[in-house]
Design a protein around this ligand. Sequence first.
Ligand code: GDG
Length: 468
Amino acid sequence: MSRLIVVSNRVNPPANPGEASTGGLAMALSAALREYKGLWFGWSGQTTDEFNGRLSIQKVGGVTVATVDLEAHDFDEYYNGFANRTLWPLFHYRIDLTAYDRSYGEGYARVNQRFAETLAPLIESDDLVWVHDYHLIPLATGLRRQGIAGPIGFFLHIPWPPHQLLATLPRARELVESLFDYDLIGFHTGEWLDAFRDYVLKEAGGVEGPDGRLQAFGKSVRAIADPIGIDAADFAQASRSEAADEHFETMVNSAGGRAIIVGVDRLDYSKGLEDRFLAYERFLEDNPEWRERCFLLQIAPTSRGELEAYQDIRADLETLTGRINGAYAALDWTPIRYVNRNYRRDELAGVYRAARVGLVTPLRDGMNLVAKEYVAAQDPDDPGVLILSRFAGAAVQMPEALIVNPFSQEDVADALRRALEMPREERITRWRALMDGVERDDVLAWREAFVEALEATRREEPAPSPAV
Ligand code: GDG
């Protein structure tokens, strides 16, 4: 069996299975690499005065990790800059928040080249290399320059934007061209895959070959949809742990018989928290009989706190929470409990289980793992109801959820009422269908499908394609 070399910007497997590790990617990759012969390479999270390419190799939670430090201005230009001020907002359809700066692009190219030079000596001829996410799109180009000829795959964890949006990015074409140095590109859904194909065909003058490979820039690549899942078995176990039971009890006791509506999201504008709070306010306004009989618990650990857009959303949510609580609270009832901290994964499982409704309403999301975790944590005999945004990649796989338009306060408010009043039999029927999907399409199925497709590219004879 070949070794699997996984590459991502941050390398942070949880040291113990139940431990906190915020972010879908960290959860998914540590689950995928456990029990697999291989290596996880990326940035250490530390900065240094001058880049030295020195590797730190250690074993964390059963996974071998190799990390390298970056310079402080690399962090500013590559991570805070091009990755999170340019690509993240643009790929989440927020051109209003997208910042372009030449230095960001330069930092992005420089760090990808540094990663390629540091990683290349670790790669053996039989290895499969699997690169993750928007921080590292040009990595394969750097690795090819270093003489790496074996299979390299790329997985995008966020949406791929429509071609007209992507066209607003200076040098978008160059970015797309660099993807053609991979053998395989994976997206969560057919929608993101179609948007990528659209750009290649409409903007880059490419064609789709008879073998299904996309051809452009004198090269060809295979692109697939491969939806990510959670480690369902591990999560089910976490939800039966002592910590989960304790948190379940705490929530039930503190709820005092009221129904809990739960939201769990990194504090990010793509997650639609402001619209969610407004929809909940609308629900309270429209349904006076539900006031004091339920509350919204929003867990939102801070992320990317150095960036202004993230500071703004934090301030806006605090104001909004204050306003809604001020308008509706009673002596013994707070409509919104808004918590800005991180919980352990097993604790979170107990909180999910105690909640009658899981409210997952991103404005745009590559997949969304919280929706799947909420389902996995439910009591089969008395499950809660998932409300899910149609703009999360997960919506395609989870039609038995109450699917909503997160931009419509009315729609979300109606779904809240329907969820809270849903009879037990209907809850069970919907949950069973959702749970079957969560168990079947889990993180291992995602990894297997990608690795098999990447392995298969070794046997493909890329058709010669005209330079465009
Ligand atoms: C990206 C894409 C895609 C959150 N708060 C706590 C906590 N979390 C965990 C959740 C979940 C993960 O973070 C969030 O995953 P999501 O998938 O919802 O979102 P992103 O972080 O934006 O992930 C996304 C994903 O990559 C995978 O491809 O689905 O679309 O944007 O696992 O549980 N975990 C703990 N404490 C918290 O307070 N322990």
